[in-house]
Ligand binder design. Structure first.
Ligand code: NAD
Ligand code: ZN
Ligand code: ZN
Length: 394
């Protein structure tokens, strides 16, 4: 089959690789019909090289049609239409039972000290082959796939794999009071969808912050008050306080993560790590503070006293100092984590209708053949061509 593989920093290629097969009696194999490129894939493209091997298949936002089922799978048959959550979660363990599928105890990557394995996401998360491919092996065939009806285009359902549950969890964790206010930092797919969900669930004011025109415009079209980081810079906190009686918003959602603009020192350091041998680079990334907390620092500044910060953006590293005094003094609640995809599906499915309140049908800015994946990664990273969300079509 054809699959998009990681080869090196800013080097992904579509190659011919062996077809996946049923390995465990509860596995299924899915023929992928649409598969998203995520902001998290950009971390693989740029800084997470030490945790990848050339040839690793990327992608964790796939959907398609069941091609084959293992002998113990009872709830799916070939031809069923399914979306695959990005967490590899068993559905049966203590953590899955609590709705904490990102911590699944059956797939936790214990030798790395991390949570549930993820599709297409480095040795830190189990080095499981991903879904930017023609075919994909999926374990826990009776528990993990989300069965969806035939009929509507893939766009209607594909974001159940990641964008929708991640954005839903971001809003849930933000605990915005009814009619209250939220600042969403970063208006990529996750921030954009979180802003829509916050509006839909009754937030009175949604402030969206980014530095890309197309992203600011689109968020404004969906009811957010856009603030351009390039214009406000260090004055962003004051601009947000001006909108909220001098207090700051009730909640802040950080949908930026570790590759934030605004931390030039860290950029140099991350670049340097990219040039080191893997073993050294891994140690440095885990211990020496390659993280870039620019967005998180803004979140701490613009949240009102007693408010909540909900972090969806992915961070790494350990040594960057956090302003503990301010966090404590402002009595800020901080919630974060990888989305528990399966947990939110039943809340979201009723919104995936013809009325399309969240605008998923028109959410993708680009639909491209899988073979054009490498160029799409480059365009997405450079934020060119109005690209916000791309679906690759194998
Ligand atoms: N928690 C989860 O389960 C989960 C799931 C999916 C994605 N993510 C993470 O969420 C983040 C966003 O993902 P995405 O797909 O929307 O990616 P993206 O890269 O398209 O979006 C990030 C956006 O942040 C903007 N930005 C950069 N620096 C900023 C700053 N200082 N202030 C405000 N905006 C800034 C960028 O211009 C961009 O629009 C990534 O870190 C990704 O890894 C987490
Ligand atoms: Zn993702
Ligand atoms: Zn589990």
């Amino acid at each position: 089959m054809r699959a998009l593989t990681w080869q090196g920093k800013r080097d992904v290629r579509v190659e011919t690789v062996p077809d996946p097969r049923i390995e465990d009696p509860t596995d299924i194999v899915v023929r992928i019909t649409s598969t998203g490129i995520c902001g998290s894939d950009l971390h693989l493209y740029e800084v997470l090289g030490p945790y990848l091997d050339p040839g690793d298949i990327l992608g964790h936002e796939p959907m398609g049609v069941v091609e084959e089922v293992g002998p113990e799978v009872t709830s799916l048959v070939p031809g069923d239409r399914v979306v695959i959550p990005f967490n590899v979660s068993c559905g049966d363990c203590f953590m899955c039972g609590q709705g904490l599928q990102s911590q699944c105890e059956t797939t936790q990557v214990r030798e790395r000290g991390t949570g549930a394995a993820l599709f297409g996401y480095t040795k830190l998360y189990g080095q499981v082959p991903g879904g930017q491919a023609e075919l994909m092996r999926v374990p826990f065939g009776d528990r993990l796939p989300i069965k969806v009806p035939h009929g509507p285009a893939d766009d209607r359902f594909v974001y159940l794999s990641d964008v929708l549950p991640t954005a839903w969890q971001a809003v849930e964790y933000a605990a915005i009071p009814p009619g209250g206010s939220v600042t969403v930092l970063g208006l990529g797919p996750i921030g954009a969808m979180a802003a829509r969900i916050a509006r839909h669930r009754g937030a009175g004011l949604v402030v969206g912050v980014d530095l890309v025109n197309a992203r600011l415009t689109r968020a404004a079209e969906h009811g957010a008050t856009g603030l351009d980081l390039r214009r406000h810079g260090k004055g962003l906190g004051d601009a947000i306080r001006d909108l909220t009686d001098g207090r700051g918003t009730d909640a802040v959602i950080d949908a930026v993560g570790m590759e934030a603009h605004g931390a030039p020192m860290a950029k140099t350091a991350q670049h340097a790590v990219g040039l080191l041998p893997d073993a050294l680079a891994e140690r440095l990334m885990e211990t020496a503070g390659m993280d870039r907390l620019a967005a998180l620092r803004v979140a701490i500044d613009v949240v009102r006293r007693g408010g909540t910060i909900s972090v969806s953006g992915v961070y790494g590293g350990a040594a960057d100092p956090l302003p503990m005094l301010t966090l404590f003094d402002k009595q800020i609640q901080l919630r974060m984590g990888q989305a528990n995809v399966r947990r939110w599906v039943d809340d979201i499915l009723p919104l995936l209708t013809d009325e399309d309140p969240l605008g998923v049908d028109a959410f993708a800015t680009h639909r491209l053949p899988l073979e054009e994946g490498p160029q799409a990664y480059k365009t997405f990273q450079e934020k060119q061509d109005g690209m916000i969300k791309t679906l690759l079509i194998p």
